[in-house]
Design a protein around this ligand. Structure first.
Ligand code: MN
Length: 196
């Protein structure tokens, strides 16, 4: 259901992006950050919830510095199988440009460790506009908050790093960490049931 917008925007005869949803067969929730070199470079931040990837486009990319508040524009849900997508969306298509995986890993709600219960809490927080979670990525680690901005455009959120033992207090530019590419998640260990 929630993938209608995703499908509407894309012509699967032209783009190599995944068409079907795929399924997480593991007990944990996953996140991915994709560097998207489209007309304007941005980072797509995606959190698995209810079988799809809730998604935000972050123009400046995520930061490990708690004093950075990174604008994160909520975009359409993506299929779970998008988690492993890397490649080129051809010219003339929605989001034309190169997509590469910048970081990925498991994530969970800050206070609710159990994945099932945590997912329920995450969904409630998504509706309320204040999501609290811990990322276990290669680059992004520790607690973060996604906060919906008040009185602004409907889709505007802020991604902020919590000040914990993983925080980096120096200037943080995700571009400096590009190239240290995260290995593409193996389908075997994760999770894609099918892709057409
Ligand atoms: Mn994008």
């Amino acid at each position: 259901m929630s993938l209608e917008k995703y499908s509407e925007k894309r012509d699967f005869k032209q783009t190599p992006e995944p068409k079907t949803s795929g399924k997480n067969l593991k007990g944990e929730l996953r996140f991915v950050v994709q560097r998207h070199d489209s007309s304007r470079l941005h980072y797509d931040f995606r959190l698995e919830m209810e079988g799809v990837l809730k998604s935000w486009a972050i123009p400046k990319g995520p930061s490990m510095n708690p004093s950075d508040k990174r604008l994160a524009v909520e975009v359409e849900d993506h299929p779970y199988s998008y988690r492993t997508f890397e490649g080129d969306v051809p010219e003339g298509n929605y989001g034309a440009g190169h997509v590469s995986i910048w970081d990925e890993g498991a994530y969970y709600h800050t206070e609710v460790e159990d994945a099932k219960a945590g997912e329920k809490t995450l969904l409630e927080e998504l509706k309320k506009g204040s999501i609290h979670f811990v990322l276990e990525g290669e680059k992004l680690k520790g607690a973060f908050t996604l906060l919906k901005m008040k009185g602004k455009q409907e889709d505007a959120w802020l991604l902020v790093k919590k000040d914990d033992e993983f925080a980096i207090h120096d200037a943080y530019d995700p571009e400096e960490h590009f190239g240290k590419t995260v290995a593409k998640p193996k389908k075997k260990s994760g999770s894609i049931s099918k892709e057409s």
